[in-house]
Design a protein around this ligand. Structure first.
Ligand SMILES: Cc1cc2nc3c(=O)[nH]c(=O)nc-3n(C[C@H](O)[C@H](O)[C@H](O)COP(=O)(O)O)c2cc1C
Length: 358
């Protein structure tokens, strides 16, 4: 049952080490330049931002995590209350369970009830959209939470490792195009920890999607989550999960690849862990940064607001130390990109030095 799978995912993410091991986001290679003379007062910092034209108090997205179970409903309520309180955006987890069983709709709907004004993002897997009845699923997913945008998630890595995975992604681009031409709200195509290369980003732009949430490598590893899930049942799944644990395109790299090859709105996610990371991806050109795993335990254990307050405070300090009064100013601050990330970008035809002086 999908509900069991979802409950497993939450339990594993709360109790096991599911973070990347030997791959990093590359954000450790990305440096903002310290301004010893910021020529402003700390109180002048304004972190407000906009995402698809919707005003936020900070460029932060609570990434898609859950729904479908009672525990998930509780988590969605807490996440949504925080999204409403801080005026940040939030994605619900894959709505598949409720699309298959209407009686589970309330476990997602709770997000809209708790966050009547927040920018809420619906979530559906591309593999679900490749089955019959997809038009109806899209419509219901949006209506269920009165979504402000719909994320179509790509998780080929996870599906390939799950024994019961949906591994048919044939004609996925065509389907994304059909969804995008049918829907009035923004469509975001979202990876889940392996990143999106510029080749796909360009294709997605031709399919007329509105945004890409890069979901890069260096944070939560879905290969890791699946390897824990099947630990008892199957040695093969465990091995596959171990082998692919660190698969993917680092978050800093995928963020730049997508930004430099398209005009799409970019949400940078995958291993974003501090307000400094948020500041870095904004300076690279992302419209917002998304976090999933770091918010799960705070949501379950009751200190989510403190966690988000801390994150926004770190962003505020980063803005002060780079002399950025506004998020718009931060977008134009110089960045130095070194090491592995610079090498990777150069190998792919991008110029890491172009951010250094501006
Ligand atoms: C417990 C958990 C459940 C998730 N479920 C979904 C999901 O249903 N749909 C989706 O698109 N992404 C899902 N994700 C992926 C996240 O949205 C995000 O892309 C990924 O975890 C990388 O961010 P992080 O390193 O901050 O966790 C989930 C992540 C976590 C930690």
């Amino acid at each position: 049952l999908i509900e069991n799978r979802k409950a497993d995912h939450i339990r594993i993410c709360l109790t096991k080490d599911v973070q990347a091991r030997r791959i990093t986001t590359g954000l450790e290679d990305v440096y903002l330049i310290h301004r010893a003379l910021p020529e402003m007062s700390f109180e002048d910092v304004d972190t407000s931002a906009s995402l698809f034209g919707h005003r936020l108090s900070a460029p932060v997205v609570i990434e898609a995590m859950t729904g479908g179970t009672l525990e998930a409903e509780r988590i969605n309520r807490v996440l949504a209350q925080a999204a409403e309180h801080f005026r940040i955006a939030m994605g619900v987890g894959s709505q598949r369970a409720a699309l298959e069983r209407r009686e589970l709709e309330h476990t997602f709907r709770v997000a809209r009830d708790a966050a009547p004004n927040a920018f809420l993002i619906g979530n559906i897997g591309l593999s679900q959209l490749l089955k019959k009845g997809w038009e109806d699923k899209v419509k219901r997913a949006v209506e269920m939470i009165e979504a402000d945008a719909l994320a179509i998630h790509l998780n080929a890595l996870q599906e390939a490792i799950q024994p019961e995975g949906d591994t048919n992604f044939k004609e996925g681009l065509e389907r994304i195009k059909e969804v995008a031409s049918n829907l009035q709200i923004p469509i975001i195509v979202k990876e889940t920890g392996a990143g999106i290369a510029y080749e796909e980003a360009k294709l997605l732009e031709t399919a007329k999607v509105n945004g890409i949430d890069v979901g890069g490598a260096g944070g939560t590893s879905w290969a890791a989550v699946e390897s824990y899930r099947e630990r008892r049942e199957s040695a093969k799944v465990r091995e596959l999960g171990e082998t692919f644990w660190d698969w993917g395109i680092p978050t800093a790299v995928t963020t730049i690849e997508v930004l430099k090859s398209t005009n799409l709105t970019v949400i940078a996610s995958g291993g974003i862990r501090t307000g400094i990371d948020v500041a870095k991806v904004i300076a690279l050109g992302a419209e917002a940064a998304g976090l999933a795993w770091p918010l799960l335990k705070p949501a379950v254990e009751g200190y989510l607001k403190d966690a988000i307050r801390g994150l926004i405070e770190e962003l505020r300090v980063s803005m002060f130390l780079t002399g950025s009064k506004t998020v718009k100013e931060l977008e134009h601050k110089p960045i130095v990109i070194t090491g592995k990330t610079a090498q990777w970008l150069r190998a792919r035809g991008f110029n890491p030095e172009e951010y250094a002086i501006r």
